[in-house]
Design a protein around this ligand. Sequence first.
Ligand SMILES: Cc1cc2nc3c(=O)[nH]c(=O)nc-3n(C[C@H](O)[C@H](O)[C@H](O)COP(=O)(O)OP(=O)(O)OC[C@H]3O[C@@H](n4cnc5c(N)ncnc54)[C@H](O)[C@@H]3O)c2cc1C
Length: 510
Amino acid sequence: MAGVDRPARGHDVIVVGAGSAGSTLAARLSEDPARRVLLLEAGSDDSDLRSASSPLADASRLPPFDGASYDWGLVEEPSDPSRPPVALPRGRVVGGSSAVNGTFALRGSRQDYDGWAARGLPGWGFDEVLPVFRALERDLDFGDRPWHGDAGPVPIRRYTETERSIAARTYLEAARRAGHPDAPDHNAPDAIGAGPLPVNALDGVRMSTALTHLEAARERPNLVVRPHAQVDRVEIERGRAVGVRLVDGERIDAGTVVLAAGAYASPAILLRSGVGPGDELAEHDIACVADLAGVGRGLADHPMVLFRLVVPAEPAPHTRYQAMVTWRSDRAAGPPDLHLFAWGPVRVDEPAPIGARLGVNVGLLDPRSRGRVRLAARDPATPPRIDLAHLEHPDDAARMVAGVREALRIVATEPLASYARGVEGPFSAAPSDDALEAAVRSEVRTYHHPVGTCRMGPADDREAVVDARGRVYGVEGVVVADASIMPSIPRANTHLPTVMVAERIAGWLA
Ligand SMILES: Cc1cc2nc3c(=O)[nH]c(=O)nc-3n(C[C@H](O)[C@H](O)[C@H](O)COP(=O)(O)OP(=O)(O)OC[C@H]3O[C@@H](n4cnc5c(N)ncnc54)[C@H](O)[C@@H]3O)c2cc1C
């Protein structure tokens, strides 16, 4: 067994958080029967993840789920008082956010990962991460292509022309007639244009990492999955991690602690452990173990707005998410900077006219704004203060406006123009750029992809929190291996990139 330190008692590795990353890490690290792995999850461990009656199984449902508490209940506290606070759903259950998400299965662009390598992070260039993306997937449509895999744990498919809702088909046809190139495989390197969305859902069942990774590993005697175990902090003695402390005071020893609590919780755990900006730690009377200025900073998220079209009713589709258009707002060559996707139709009982709506969402893929996660209090029961800083950079607002205009142009193109009966919401008129920007600013919400709060960087990067293998600077035996370590946000929804990060770091630890 290599890569992790072996204590005399306790566990070899504790993984904190059983989400996209944590379930992947626990499954990979427990492949070696000699390694004792403990997976701690604050939320519950639901057994009926394949049952149609579970909201977690149904890929067409997103939080909030009626009557079920699988969420941390986080709400943003924007530093800009004119921006309304937005809800920040995060899965609190084995499977984490991958158990509540929209199942978009996208990788991002070549330039995303080459950009990581260019920041002095060896091992993260596109050609190095491509084999990991290939190995983690079982692409049911394009598994025979050189850039795809056909034998990995995550099943990925696209709904066929006949399975797609009429509204989704009509949206894609309008986008093509509006000049967007055909993109049958959005995960092909350099893909851009209009095409079916790849999803990690099978027969409408959301394939979270609780199913794709953890399910097959659960029987191993060297892996313990412990739900309802919320970690307060990492216990650090003489500069080295010796275990974790739960919120109820229980201490659990381990040789190595791997944080996979997600982009909001992993920096908060580090801060409560004394790892973070010295002034912030002092504010909360936390003894400083490692003065790392970058903990909680560098928060990047995709901002998003949406509007609805009134469309004819039709049977509910298997998954709401079927039609994706990727687009580059400056029309130059290169990767896209916007998602213009359609979802539904869904039935609405109000407002009038009662009937069906097709949603159209505009999400910015490479925002320049950066927010921050801070401790509100030393008490782990108090949620952290989160400021997404959406649209703080003027360029982000300008590109969102361009994206809304392009989405409205698709809507005005046949066959959608005749199929839909009008646009509902603040973008319905043809306003000036200023009016459109004001509407974008008042409507902006999260596309649910926070990253970068414990970001990777070389040793001479003042705001780097972990090195290129996820090891926290200034402390021995603590690794972060989730969405928080991404040094920039990929031009994609972040589940698959997070699983890739976890697979890569698990490989190095093992
Ligand atoms: C509503 C929603 C829709 C989304 N849609 C998509 C999509 O369609 N496609 C896509 O690619 N991405 C999507 N995402 C984003 C994607 O799911 C996340 O980027 C990804 O799951 C992040 O993985 P993670 O492992 O970093 O964090 P998570 O998956 O959030 O895992 C963190 C885990 O740690 C646990 N935890 C936190 N704090 C503690 C603690 N103190 N002690 C113990 N356990 C703790 C949490 O309960 C959770 O289980 C969506 C996210 C949301 C919320």
